[in-house]
Ligand binder design. Sequence first.
Ligand code: FES
Length: 149
Amino acid sequence: MPTDSSFKRLAIQSRKNLRVWVEGRPVEVMEGDSAAAVMLAQGELPTRTTAVSATPRAPYCMMGVCFECLMEIDGVANSQGCMTPVREGMRINRQQGAKTLKETSALDKNSTSNKSSKNNTLNNNDILNEANGQDTAIEPKRTVVEDTL
Ligand code: FES
């Protein structure tokens, strides 16, 4: 739902034209534009809604400080639009609320749980052993303090 934009492009002829997709629509942009600038120029506001209260937001500082420009770029949520230059064929979409985490593989889950139970002593051999189905349990170290008095 593009709205009338108050942003107007300056006449610059030296940059190459590219085509990106904004909310599924093809849009001609110029090389060097940021994804956030494209959304503003197209009047695609708001560019996101917040995760908790669904408050509408839009790019503000355009220099990587405020993080109000988070959007979905090429399928990657929480991309910082003002710091992302456009590429040919880029897909830029609004981000609506919180994104769900993708399901991790069984290896990732095992690695995480084993790491915490072994005080982060998991090494590359442990990871390879897990991938091969071998148990990598490590006995906790015992610390013996001798009484020298
Ligand atoms: S607009 Fe502020 S960080 Fe992108």
